[in-house]
Design a protein around this ligand. Structure first.
Ligand code: GTP
Length: 186
């Protein structure tokens, strides 16, 4: 998966406030994922921009309503990485101002085909102030963590209290993420 996925969260049992916009030209696969955060079940409604990597053709309504956006590139595909800046520009223009953004470098399991260094992902993420990690949809590396971090952040925001515990999604991701077993780059 490359491109962008959006997520909106509800506490489990509540009706979702958001739903993917209907567009005949836009193939959105909706999935629900329930993540338990500190005893609270958070339901993430996930929409994937399947097959819509030419971002300019993506209807803005799709991510205007998202509470979180997962931006994925493929570490074996330079153009997918280069597209991320354009995605971020789009997000800045059209998404909710406080949308949670996470940058993911996927296919970390195929390090022999790597063309994007982990440091390049980290540098880009730092520039935009977003959490970053490499993932593998094949092995599952860091995949659950990505959804857990999003769920934690959205729950924290929903239940925020001035005297309550603080949550920093970037710190959480940095402390929990696994590195690919082989990070060689030739
Ligand atoms: N080795 C490896 N292959 C992956 C990984 N993630 C996806 N793939 C493979 O990459 C190919 C493309 O995956 P998709 O999820 O269809 O990618 P996509 O960019 O969302 O493609 P569209 O849905 O057509 O836009 C498939 O053959 C997947 O099996 C991964 O983490 N590791």
């Amino acid at each position: 998966m490359t491109g962008m996925s959006g997520a909106a969260a509800t506490r489990d049992g509540e009706a979702p406030e958001h739903s993917p916009p209907c567009s005949p030209s836009y193939d959105v696969t909706g999935k629900n994922k329930v993540v338990t955060v500190d005893g609270v079940r958070v339901k993430l409604q996930i929409w994937d921009t399947a097959g819509q990597e030419r971002f300019r053709s993506v209807t803005h309504a799709y991510y205007r309503d998202a509470q979180a956006l997962l931006l994925l590139y493929d570490i074996t595909n330079k153009s997918s990485f280069d597209n991320i800046r354009a995605w971020l520009t789009e997000i800045h223009e059209y998404a909710q101002r406080d949308v949670v953004i996470m940058l993911l470098g996927n296919k970390a399991d195929v390090s022999n085909e790597r063309v994007i260094r982990s440091e390049d992902g980290e540098t880009l993420a730092r520039e935009y102030g977003v959490p970053f990690m490499e993932t593998s949809a094949k092995t599952g590396m860091n995949v659950e963590l990505a959804f857990l971090a999003i769920a934690k952040e959205l729950k924290y925001r929903a239940l925020w209290h001035p005297d309550g515990p603080r949550f920093q999604i970037r710190d959480f991701v940095e402390s929990q993420k696994k590195q690919p077993s082989c990070c060689s780059f030739s």
